[in-house]
Design a protein around this ligand. Structure first.
Ligand SMILES: C[S@@+](CC[C@H](N)C(=O)[O-])C[C@H]1O[C@@H](n2cnc3c(N)ncnc32)[C@H](O)[C@@H]1O
Length: 397
């Protein structure tokens, strides 16, 4: 098994477009050898780093610890390579495991079949060595094994997270199409909101952005409420170290100054607000987050300055005219009422985004599930845009 002070190569998986935000989070954690990859970031650390990464990283989906890489171009080479790992270090005859395959290779066509081959290699080895075999459990395995095949490069990793880390344990109810929590946290971190000014989601749905914003403003570890992490069932689990890491995280929490920071959500739908309220209360933020039941064009901005971050409906259930009208009215309201704010809007409807009628300063490609989206920043300014741009350059100099 991995030793507690062993130097490990660790991989944090994330969503497309959030790699650089994750790099910044890892830099803030003080880890070394950080290398951004495609939808992942590699770094070095110890088991303590693995525990902390699971608890603290807002934009990580999984924390993997690779234990072997090898080349394979057919099922026999795959079987032999997997059999070279000393599986009794990680499993015994009473334990159960699951293999999650991700296969992108011309040599292996069926990911289920490759997982089956890998499973056979593990089971055969342990039956030979220990006289009996561990079982497979899809629901509640003791060990999550990640099998990644890219062309002929096979990487076998221990998955220290288990269920993806966006499952923070505050979502009691989703409603329709809630944002993935990792995407929501990534959107806020991309906006560079510092947790010290107002944060508004005027189309808040189930409240994901509001809760992630409250956690950022309170310096709360995103997974502090979560009880299940795969590493807790590893043979070498260091409970004392984990409790220390949890306690340090609790000590690091801060109560934001409610006079300077208002976190407010609103939605046109009362049933969505009920869902948001339940999730907010589960997350422990009923005092910090307030909710309103207003359409965006009737929402009066709170005094002070800040940021709006939201994903309006993309239009799947609306007629083209309605969606154009909605995005036009979003732009009109922003220009008319939100002069001390900047807006960040995520949408997969690129035509509708044009109806906002403001020129975005930043456009970032992200995916909401399978939907390709643009995440756009609209600074809101009085007078002509040219004056604003000049002023902005002045302030930066
Ligand atoms: C795509 S959902 C937002 C999902 C949310 N980010 C979440 O994580 O659950 C869009 C939301 O906008 C709300 N909405 C639509 N038109 C609105 C309007 N004019 N004013 C306020 N809310 C509106 C809908 O009720 C819906 O909850």
């Amino acid at each position: 098994m991995l030793k507690n002070n062993q130097e490990l190569k660790i991989l944090a998986k994330t969503l497309f477009g959030l790699e650089n935000v994750l790099v910044e989070e890892l830099q803030a954690m003080g880890v070394s050898d950080i290398k951004p990859l495609n939808r992942a970031v590699e770094f070095s650390g110890s088991l303590s780093t693995v525990y902390k990464a699971n608890l603290h990283l807002r934009t990580a989906l999984k924390i993997l610890v690779p234990i072997k890489t090898f080349k394979a171009r057919d099922q026999h080479a795959l079987y032999d390579g997997i059999k070279q790992i000393q599986w009794s270090d990680y499993l015994n005859v009473n334990s159960s495991f699951i293999i999650k395959p991700i296969v992108n290779s011309k040599f292996f066509n069926h990911s289920k079949f490759t997982a089956q081959k890998a499973k056979d290699a593990i089971v055969d080895q342990l039956r030979d060595d220990l006289g009996n075999r561990p079982s497979i459990s899809n629901e509640d395995p003791d060990l999550f094994i990640d099998l990644h095949i890219s062309e002929d490069k096979v990487t076998v990793s221990l998955d220290s997270s288990g269920m993806p880390l966006n499952q923070r344990a505050y979502r009691k109810s989703g409603g329709e199409a809630p944002l993935n929590e990792v995407l929501a946290a990534g959107m806020i971190l991309l906006s560079k909101w510092d947790g010290k000014s107002n944060f508004i989601d005027p189309m808040c749905g189930s409240g994901t952005l509001l809760i992630e914003a409250a956690m950022i403003a309170s310096n709360q570890a995103p997974n502090i409420l979560r009880k299940e992490f795969a590493f807790i069932r590893w043979a070498n689990f260091d409970k004392k170290l984990w409790i220390q890491i949890l306690n340090d995280a609790k000590i690091g929490q801060a109560i934001p100054d409610k006079k300077a920071v208002k976190i407010i959500g609103s939605d046109i739908s009362i049933s969505k607000l009920d869902i948001a309220q339940r999730n907010i209360s589960e997350a422990g933020y009923s005092r910090l987050i307030s909710l309103r039941n207003k359409p965006f064009d009737k929402f009066i901005p709170p005094a002070g300055n800040g940021i709006l971050v939201f994903n309006p409906p993309y239009g799947e259930r609306l007629k083209v005219k309605q969606i154009e009208g909605l995005y036009t009215s979003i732009g009109d309201s922003l220009k008319e009422k939100w002069k001390n704010y900047e807006a960040w809007i995520l949408s997969s409807n690129f035509d509708a985004l044009k109806y906002i009628g403001l020129k975005p300063d930043v456009k970032i490609k992200l995916f909401n599930g399978k939907l390709e989206c643009r995440y756009q920043n609209f600074p809101i300014f009085e007078g002509k845009r040219a004056d604003f741009v000049e002023k902005k350059i002045d302030t930066r100099e």
